[in-house]
Design a protein around this ligand. Structure first.
Ligand SMILES: Nc1ncnc2c1ncn2[C@@H]1O[C@H](COP(=O)(O)OP(=O)(O)OP(=O)(O)O)[C@@H](O)[C@H]1O
Length: 681
């Protein structure tokens, strides 16, 4: 036996012996000797391990000698003994004089009494190379499951975690670690992660079997964070907080287009109604179920980011009796994107309902509503848009009709609605020509058959219609003037009429849905009610051409961001201070400057825009001049680039934080990932 480099090394005249299998189970403890199991990790390995009874004071050198003899190893070679503790990734090569039995006694009890290797504790016998270095042999790695079993079995220190269910537990908190954590979890099909009481959801774009009733039950009445993050946990917390504190709750969902906000809203509403069904069903869920497809048909459209994008914001409030039974619901809508009616980006579509009607209507309905093929409507045929899903659209029209009945639209009402839709499409086919005769400056409007059809569908006299489409009324101090539109003004007036008609129709549909959702008794008697609201508004948007709608949407999102900041940073920190908790305030990017720039009285952009709109001769240039005069040199610092930047820049940067970090599964979309956050209040 020789000792080199301080490590216990031995060459032995081994003979016979043979250890057999078995694992390093200590014991058969006689007070002074211990049973060690030693695993050879050798180039020419013939046996798996040997059991050695050793004295407490036996040195590593003597243990190596005995093990090599027992294993029948080549006596001309040199060996070392290493202690392995997998949980910490440790593999210690023992010195010749080290005492293996002593080390063994430091292992957790379970590892001494049970199958130690399965718990990640064992001794290894390794061969030395001629240069003294250790000859490492590749062994199959221990699987995560094996590792987890071992750890759970011994209730011991967890290994370094590779993902965290709550971002607050990340050992290092920065943008990279957050994104890595979300990505690691996403690859493991864990699409939900908490950041305290906020739930982050990453759109999987595929079905995951995690929304069935078993999950509603599983998450019922559990403290947030006890179980794996889930959207049902958020609904559950809101529901039980409402019942316990007798305070209304609100769940705010935000995220960019296509991130899954509406889907999340649906999961929440499903869970919120399921939780409350104690004995007798209220029928509200059925009405909500019907309301969904109706709102979707009229308020959703195919966009570049999402084939079924909600083009309006909504707040759904589910009302409960104090006992927790669902009582009714109310839908409030915000900012329908009206510009979509008359123009849109390439390869985007108008609202679903137009295509449903045109492709799904029966022959009789086609005659009744005077429907044309889709490509004959100016409002639909822009950008040579092709319809390739005719079958689906036909089916969707049937589905819509059914849903309308579920929310109480009678046949006559449906006909009125379809007539208005048809009229809106005909409005786009109205054309103008400058009058060619006499000194009249006005416009000829036509074609006559379109005007006649419009008058018929809208039940408005043709003269009145022509008047509204060609002239405007101006009221001055002394007089009432009727002036003809210029050609471009007339086109704008025609499109405005279409937009206003659709918007009014949508408002009216929402009103009707609310009538169906409200419990009639609530309107007659005053019964104390509690509620949970779910806010689903569109996220930040940035298109090639951004319109006033994008400005308003992004402003609404800035407000939402402000709300998040206020609640997550400000109020939380104030509470810590009030409770005397030692706390270093966290610096965060406050967007209040951006909000003031847009909406602070009296110089906010919105006020200036209002003011300028009252001037008859206002133009884009006069508005811009007004902006510049009111806020000379005013800039917002972009939180990410640090540049002095415009409003648009600041919103874009926030949006880009996560969207380009490479989540898989949706190659056809321009943004690599879509995520949304859900906050329960
Ligand atoms: N949890 C989920 N599981 C499976 N698929 C999902 C999930 N969430 C979203 N999706 C898929 O992503 C699509 C887009 O989601 P959704 O319409 O909810 O996005 P959104 O954020 O509301 O978009 P927009 O703001 O444009 O309305 C859905 O049609 C659905 O196919």
């Amino acid at each position: 036996m020789s000792v080199r480099d301080g490590a216990a090394t031995m060459a032995t005249n081994a003979g016979g012996g043979g250890g057999g299998g078995g694992t390093a189970s200590p014991n058969d403890q006689d007070g002074r000797s211990y049973l060690l199991q030693i695993y050879p990790r050798l180039a020419a390995q013939s046996t798996t391990c040997c059991n050695l009874r050793v004295q407490k004071d036996a040195t590593a050198a003597s243990v190596i000698s005995d093990a090599a003899t027992a294993l029948g190893l080549d006596p001309g070679r040199m060996y070392v003994l290493a202690e392995v503790k997998e949980c910490g990734g440790e593999e210690w090569v023992l010195e010749a004089g080290d005492l293996p039995a002593q080390r063994f006694l430091l292992w957790p009890r379970k590892a001494q009494e049970q199958h130690p290797q399965s718990l990640g504790f064992y001794f290894l016998l390794q061969e030395r190379n001629h240069d003294g270095s250790i000859h490492y042999v590749h062994l199959p790695p221990v699987t995560k499951e094996q590792q987890a079993q071992r750890l759970a079995a011994r209730g011991f220190l967890p290994p370094p975690q590779d993902d965290f269910a709550d971002l607050c537990n990340l050992p290092v908190l920065n943008e990279d670690s957050i994104l890595n954590n979300l990505r690691t979890r996403f690859y493991k099909k864990k699409i939900y992660t908490y950041a305290g009481s906020i739930l982050i959801a990453i759109n999987p774009f595929k079905f995951l079997p995690i929304y069935n009733p078993k999950y509603v039950k599983m998450y019922e009445n559990h403290q947030l964070g006890k179980l794996e993050p889930h959207i049902f946990a958020i609904a559950d917390v809101a529901y039980y907080a409402m019942l316990r504190k007798k305070v209304n709750q609100c769940i705010v969902i935000s995220g960019e287009s296509g991130s899954g906000k509406t889907q999340s809203t649906n999961f929440l509403i499903h869970c919120l109604t399921a939780l409350s069904q104690k004995g007798y069903a209220s029928g509200v869920e059925r009405t909500i179920l019907g309301a969904g497809p109706v709102l979707e048909a009229f308020g959703n459209a195919k966009t570049a980011h999402n084939n079924n994008s909600s083009r309006f914001g909504k707040f759904i409030q589910v009302n409960y009796l104090e006992s927790g039974v669902v009582r009714g619901a109310v839908v409030e809508k915000y900012l329908l994107e009206k510009s979509r009616l008359v123009s849109r980006e390439k390869n985007e579509r108008n609202y679903h309902v137009f295509y449903y009607l045109l492709l799904g209507a029966s022959e009789e309905e086609r005659r009744e509503f005077k429907l044309l093929p889709p490509e004959e409507y100016f409002y639909l045929k822009q950008q040579n848009f092709k319809i390739e899903d005719e079958e689906d659209l036909r089916h969707d029209f049937e589905r819509l009709q059914q849903a309308m009945e579920m929310v109480g639209f009678l046949s006559a009402t449906k006909k009125q609605i379809f007539s208005v839709l048809s009229a809106i499409l005909y409005l786009g086919n109205v054309t103008y020509r400058r009058k060619s005769t006499g000194r009249d400056e006005g416009l000829d409007v036509g074609p006559p058959e379109v005007l006649a059809t419009l008058s018929d569908l809208l039940k408005v006299k043709e003269e009145l219609l022509v008047e509204a489409l060609t002239k405007r009324k101006t009221v001055t101090v002394n007089d009432k003037l009727i002036l003809p539109y210029s050609h471009s003004e007339a086109i704008t007036a025609r499109d405005s009429m279409a937009k206003s008609l659709y918007s009014a129709l949508f408002d009216w549909i929402v009103l009707r849905i609310n009538h169906a959702l409200l419990n009639k008794k609530d309107m007659e008697e005053s019964i104390p009610c509690l509620s949970i609201g779910v806010l689903d508004i569109f996220g930040f948007e940035d298109f090639e051409t951004n319109s006033f709608e994008q400005f308003c949407i992004n402003y609404a999102n800035e407000q939402l961001q402000y709300y998040f900041n206020h609640h997550i940073f400000n109020l939380e920190q104030e509470e810590y201070q009030a409770e005397g908790i030692t706390w270093h305030n966290i610096d965060y990017t406050d967007n209040v400057g951006c909000i003031h720039l847009i909406s602070k009285k009296p110089t906010g952009l919105l006020y200036l825009l209002d003011e300028e709109s009252n001037f008859p001769h206002a133009t884009d240039e006069t508005l811009l001049a007004k902006f510049k005069a009111a806020a000379p040199g005013e800039q917002i610092l972009c939180p990410h680039t640090g540049h002095g930047a415009c409003l648009r820049h600041s919103t874009l940067c926030r949006e880009s934080q996560i969207s380009n970090q490479g989540f898989p599964g949706k190659e056809h979309r321009p943004h690599a990932s879509r995520h949304c956050g859900v906050v329960a209040e």
